[in-house]
Design a protein around this ligand. Structure first.
Ligand code: MRU
Length: 356
């Protein structure tokens, strides 16, 4: 598996190879680089649920190929029975994680492609599905490039950029979303600094963002989540760029837990706060952030660190994996078609409404 860009210097997040889905196991990075082969629907469901493949756009692409994996075993069935199995497997995969809209977006798109395919046999329909998944994959790469191009002017010589979680190459199949302007600026030879929040509890910032930016030669400094406001107070942060898992019609958005605190601190210190987001993460069916389902994960993710207990036995725990940031804390959305500013409801709909 080769890197999506020689610039990121990483193995690919995922690849379709020999009718199998191969993923880079992100739970083992940065210490071990392990590529895993997924051969069944259960393999794909677990890989998404356990965050071996994670990040909204990567989950979407993995689900598209995952659906192909899931129906391989029923390729001998008559067309009607195959279509029934296809719908069942899509519903199953859709339950792997609730918050990132890219999962249901890509599965719906696969089912639409199956409905439209003018085929007379099952094998041809299976091939049409692989073609659609490949299209979703290639489009994801292009969306990242577009975000990089439009976000580039936000990164100027000498500036400090803060990011939270991993909205990087590892979270997509291209240059990432929040990292796309960063990689593009690096490519342009602009000198700047990035601060990566470690991102408790699963440390995607420390394990993934710090790793991939360091691999790419970006000047990156790892901080704990609680340091971000203090760095803003010291005027070390000129711009914040984060990713998103779901953007509601009014511009409220869900992203990794802790994003809301960063947005509030940015408002207090007058630091521009941008959300990098491809159109596949827009959800016009959800009017505002109150309708976004937030994934709650296992207590052990909070009570343990590196597999070792760090809290008293029996302690009560909350572990929401995401939070919702209200649209009025957002300076702009960096999309593949340009930067969208307020009013977000009208401007997002004008740019993407019909397409979405
Ligand atoms: O739980 P994760 O690691 O899947 O959460 C990922 C994030 O919150 C990212 O910021 C988001 O998916 C955007 S990825 C381009």
């Amino acid at each position: 598996m080769v890197s999506p860009s020689p610039f990121t210097n990483l193995p690919a997040t995922l690849a379709w190879d020999d009718d199998c889905l191969r993923i880079l196991d992100q739970t083992r990075l940065p210490r071990e680089t392990v590529v895993e082969t997924l051969r069944t629907a259960q393999d794909v469901w677990r890989a998404i649920h356990e965050l071996r493949v994670r990040g909204a756009p990567a989950i979407g692409v993995a689900a598209a190929y995952g659906l192909c994996v899931a129906v391989q075993r029923v390729r001998h069935l008559p067309l009607d029975a195959f279509r029934t199995a296809l719908n069942e497997q899509a519903a199953y995969l859709d339950g792997a994680r609730p918050t990132a809209v890219n999962l249901s977006w890509s599965l719906k798109r696969m089912l639409r492609a199956a409905e439209r395919a003018r085929v007379t046999d099952t094998l041809a329909l299976y091939r049409a599905l692989v073609e659609e998944a490949t299209r979703i994959h290639r489009e994801d790469e292009a969306l990242c490039e577009g975000i990089g191009r439009h976000g580039l002017p936000l990164i100027t010589a000498g500036c400090g950029v803060l990011t939270h979680c991993n909205a990087g190459a590892l979270a997509t199949t291209g240059l990432g979303t929040a990292t796309a302007p960063i990689y593009t600026a690096q490519r342009e030879g602009i000198a700047f600094r990035v601060y990566a929040d470690e991102t408790r509890p699963l440390l995607q910032g420390a394990r993934l963002t710090a790793y991939e930016l360091q691999q790419a030669g970006v000047d990156v400094t790892l901080i704990t989540d609680s340091m971000a406001a203090s760095l803003m107070a010291q005027r070390l942060i000129d711009v914040v760029i984060v990713g998103a898992d779901r953007v509601a019609a009014n511009g409220d958005f869900a992203n990794k837990i802790g994003t809301l605190s960063v947005a509030i601190a940015s408002r207090h210190f007058n630091v521009p706060f941008y959300v990098a987001c491809p159109s596949s993460t827009l959800d016009f069916q959800t009017p505002d952030g109150r309708g976004i389902v937030i994934e709650e994960r296992r207590d052990e993710e909070v009570t343990q660190l590196g597999g070792k207990p760090i809290a008293p036995d029996g302690i009560k725990v909350r572990n929401p994996a995401f939070d919702v940031t209200p649209h009025d804390l957002v300076t702009g959305y960096i999309t593949e078609r340009g930067i969208v500013r307020t009013p977000f409801d009208a401007n997002l709909a004008a740019l993407f409404g019909a397409a979405a």
